[in-house]
Design a protein around this ligand. Structure first.
Ligand code: PLP
Length: 355
């Protein structure tokens, strides 16, 4: 890739934020990466420039037909001041799966990973120093071709922006309350639920707002055809521990193949635990809880790493899980994954890449 770099002058760099008040996705670094695509020409104009606005034709196809995909990963500052990425290739490979499903242009994973590392190296002072705070990396692609008509666009813009984000658990690791929706659905078999396209998130907002109004953090989705089987939670995959066994819904349907989900499965299998990827009905979860067999429920995702679930609301009832406390497995997974991400413990799976 022919990468053009135009750095912001030292005197024009933004002031760094207070790490205690980062929040999520509100602050962006000095630089960004972008490149353009045109059918017949391929990717061109790869550049790292000042973080800046871009202009688009009002008829740009993304604004009308929603060809938009994205990814989310993080850079972690280890104790030795080394900066690490966690399974970045998996994110870029998933982006290509999203691109193919949405009939968009695919990217060269090696080239883009190299560009991403160069971008983070330029903005490395933005990677927070506080444990739990990270630099969130958002690669995205949109259809920029001007003109109306529902078909694959012939022009795309790919870009990467960086945002320092605060610790997900500033006050400690707290179980969340989840609302099981049997009114709204997120995705349907044969649809786009298994890829990271913007429309999935737009479709999820109403249920999330209603759940939050009722005092729940996120929505647990059930399968669309039967509203019976558990799918995933907001921006996390979901795991249940019943009688010592770990159960998580299978891929291949309408859920996102989470990279944290895959890491949880590999780790727990390495620890000798029994992991089943199989359909699990919400009734089975409720029953396991009332008979005392449901030990833990937790979500997995880049943002929270592991999020213990303390309560589930379903059809007028709230069930409390593990007395509303963080389970042992949730805690162990959180600690080990975080230690791997920060380079504190050996990474026998080769998940971590230093800059
Ligand atoms: C819908 C959805 N499910 C699951 C996940 C978890 O995926 P990952 O572990 O790759 O962050 C995410 C976050 O990317 C998501 O948006």
């Amino acid at each position: 890739m022919d990468l053009h770099i135009e750095k912001v002058q030292e005197s024009e760099l933004k002031a760094k934020p207070n790490e205690a008040k980062l929040g999520f996705g509100q602050i962006f670094t000095d630089h960004m990466f972008s490149m353009k695509y045109r059918q017949g020409k391929g990717w061109y104009d790869a550049q790292i420039t000042r973080y800046q606005k871009f202009s688009m034709d009002p008829s740009a196809m993304v604004l009308h037909y929603g060809q938009a995909i994205f990814e989310g990963l993080k850079a972690y500052r280890g104790k030795d001041d080394q900066i690490y990425l966690f399974r970045p290739r998996a994110n870029l490979e998933r982006m290509n799966i999203s691109a193919e499903r949405m009939c968009m242009a695919t990217i060269d994973v090696d080239d883009v990973l190299q560009a991403l590392k160069t971008l983070i190296t330029i903005d490395k002072d933005w990677v927070p120093k506080t444990l739990g705070s990270t630099l969130y990396i958002r690669p995205a692609m949109i259809a920029t071709e001007a003109g109306l008509g529902v078909r694959p666009a012939k022009e795309y813009l790919f870009f990467v922006i960086l945002s320092p984000v605060g610790a997900y658990y500033p006050e400690g690791f707290n179980p969340v309350k989840i609302y099981v929706s049997d009114t709204y659905v997120r995705a349907v078999p044969g649809g786009v639920g298994h890829v990271k396209t913007a429309g999935n998130y737009a479709a999820s907002i109403m249920a999330a707002v209603e759940a939050q109004q009722k005092g729940y953090t996120q929505v647990l989705w059930l399968d669309a055809p039967e509203r019976r089987y558990v799918e995933e939670v907001g921006t996390m995959n979901i795991f249940f521990k019943i009688d010592g066994k770990i159960i998580t819904p299978p891929l291949g349907g309408s859920i996102l193949p989470g990279i944290t989900r895959d890491s949880v499965i590999k780790l727990t299998r390495d620890w000798g635990l029994d992991v089943e990827e199989r359909p699990i009905a919400i009734d089975e979860v409720i029953e396991a809880n009332s008979s005392g067999h449901l030990e833990e429920v937790f979500g997995s995702g880049t943002a929270a790493v592991i999020s213990p679930v303390g309560a589930l609301y379903y059809q007028g009832q709230t069930i409390t899980i593990n007395s509303g406390k963080t389970g042992e497995l949730s805690q162990r997974l959180f600690d080990v994954l975080q230690d791997i991400q920060y380079g504190n413990i050996p990474d026998s799976n080769g998940w971590v890449e230093a800059l």
